[in-house]
Design a protein around this ligand. Structure first.
Ligand SMILES: [Zn+2]
Ligand SMILES: [Zn+2]
Length: 264
């Protein structure tokens, strides 16, 4: 199903491109740049809210988060049981919290796992919308380029995040990171070191705007540090917290440094 949906998305993007390029204009470039910035801003805002959205105590996700042996069969059984009674939104909220102490797992996920939700929620409707709007020449091409850029980047946002935690991302991703179109692992490490800044996961260009927004939300008591972990129940009282800021895998940090050396 994912393959068919991906193929449909690719075809729709091509159709959108043809519709946009039949009216060449500098506004296309303007639309792409604004779309790139807004998608980055959106990625950071969603990331911020999911990091700090509280997990309801009745879901007992603390029993997974603070589990002493994540490699055991007992952990896998408990995960299957608890996840079966957790809805998709709270699974996502938990996933973002769990990502901080165990960041490397994201880099091991497949493209399907990292893109399937955003493809259905943003990619396909967005690309289809651009095609419908593009059939009439009444819609400015800058708007079409903006919407198409947003649809593509929103679809791949969590994939780009995953690639920040992979020692060897695909060459095209590494190239876009070196160009500055996508952020680098070193830039993303600032978020993992502090958890209160630099939430954007596409290019990082929107972080200077997102950081004061976070500080205002924290001051207003909307983003609270205790919500970075699921609330403890009696089952996990006294169990030590995992290190929430373990840093990127050494291999990834090394890759970032070596790519800088190569560029010199
Ligand atoms: Zn985070
Ligand atoms: Zn991360």
């Amino acid at each position: 199903m994912f393959r068919i949906a991906s193929a449909l998305f690719a075809v729709l993007c091509l159709v959108d491109l043809v519709l946009i390029l039949r009216q060449p204009s500098p506004w296309i470039l303007v639309g792409i740049v604004i779309g790139w910035y807004v998608a980055d801003f959106g990625s950071g805002l969603v990331h911020m809210l999911l990091d700090y959205y509280p997990s309801p105590p009745q879901l007992e996700l603390d029993r997974l988060y603070f589990h002493p042996d994540r490699g055991s069969q007992a952990y896998r059984d408990l995960k299957a049981e608890l996840m079966s009674r957790t809805n998709a939104f709270h699974r996502l909220v938990f996933d973002f919290k769990r990502h901080h102490p165990w960041p490397d797992g994201l880099g091991r996920r497949s493209m399907e796992m990292l893109c399937v939700d955003t493809l259905y929620a943003a990619g396909l409707p967005g690309a289809l919308g651009v095609a419908v709007l593009g059939l009439s020449t009444a819609t400015p091409v800058g708007i079409l380029a903006f919407l198409l850029t947003m649809s593509i980047l929103a679809t791949f946002a969590q994939y780009f995040h995953g690639m920040l935690h992979r020692a060897e991302p695909p060459k095209v991703v590494a190239f876009l990171q070196r160009l500055g179109v996508l952020m680098t692992p070193t830039m993303h490490q600032v978020h993992h070191d502090h958890l209160d800044r630099d939430f954007a996961i596409v290019s990082g260009a929107a972080n200077p705007l997102l950081n004061p927004i976070f500080r205002a939300l924290a001051r207003a008591g909307i983003c609270r540090e205790e919500n970075l972990e699921p609330p403890r129940t009696a089952a996990t009282a006294g169990v030590p917290s995992p290190d929430p800021r373990p840093g990127l895998a050494r291999s990834v940090a090394g890759r970032d440094r070596s790519s800088q050396l190569t560029l010199r």
